[in-house]
Design a protein. Structure first.
Length: 227
């Protein structure tokens, strides 16, 4: 059985959330968002290492407030960087070299389904690189700089990238090293792996894998988790 390191990426700035505290710390019922997210992966025995990446300046506060819960879940805290790329790279530096795969998941996605996780793990074992994504099922339009739209055909080819994104450990590590000083903003790990020249395969997710970006998203997630 392949051994997997789970990296929960939670060092973002929550700039679009507009809350008093970071969105991953907002309580939903008995626990904060990031613990709900970690618990989505609780029953996967192949996960042998769990890393939670938070902003470096929040490390002490997170450890003080939730250290017991993290210890119970065998989770290691890692300080993130200014950019998502820096944060994941910091996580990769802490990955046990004995693991085979690395799964990166957004801390703000606490409703990911067990089937999506299992299928992403299996596809990554087979191909070295797999992401969960939602196929576009609405009419797409392309707008120019003047706001004029044109029709986009073949919407079946378009997918909305989600997480987890799962990769061979050596592949992801080398891809991040190769990206190096590239100043382009990284929006997900698949982008880095594709730039390295490796194909990334998709696993169909769904609308239930909600990412909390706005207060409205939080209300929807609360309804799902506390139903």
């Amino acid at each position: 059985m392949a051994k997997i390191c789970l990296i929960i990426a939670g060092a973002g700035r929550s700039s679009r959330f507009a809350g008093v505290i970071g969105k991953i710390y907002v309580p939903i019922g008995p626990k904060p968002v990031f613990l709900w997210t970690l618990d989505c992966f609780r029953d996967f025995g192949e996960i042998t290492q769990r890393l939670l990446i938070v902003r470096a300046e929040e490390l002490d506060d997170v450890a003080k407030q939730w250290g017991a819960e993290l210890k119970k879940r065998k989770v290691q805290l890692v300080g993130g960087g200014q950019r998502r790329f820096d944060s994941v790279q910091a996580g990769l530096a802490a990955v046990d070299p004995s693991v085979d795969l690395v799964a990166v998941h957004d801390a703000a996605r606490p409703t990911v389904g067990q089937q999506s996780i299992a299928e992403a793990f299996e596809k990554a074992k087979q191909t070295g690189a797999a992401i969960v994504a939602q196929q576009v099922n609405q009419t797409l339009k392309l707008a120019d700089s003047n706001g004029c739209v044109s029709h986009v055909s073949n919407r079946e080819k378009y997918w909305l990238a989600q997480t987890p994104q799962v990769f061979d450990r050596e592949l992801l590590t080398k891809a991040y090293a190769a990206w190096g000083s590239n100043q382009n903003e990284v929006t997900d790990d698949a982008q880095v792996v594709q730039a390295y020249g490796h194909k990334v395969h998709v696993v169909a997710g769904g609308v239930g894998n909600i990412k909390i970006t706005t207060p409205e998203d939080l209300k929807l997630v609360q309804a799902v988790l506390l139903d």
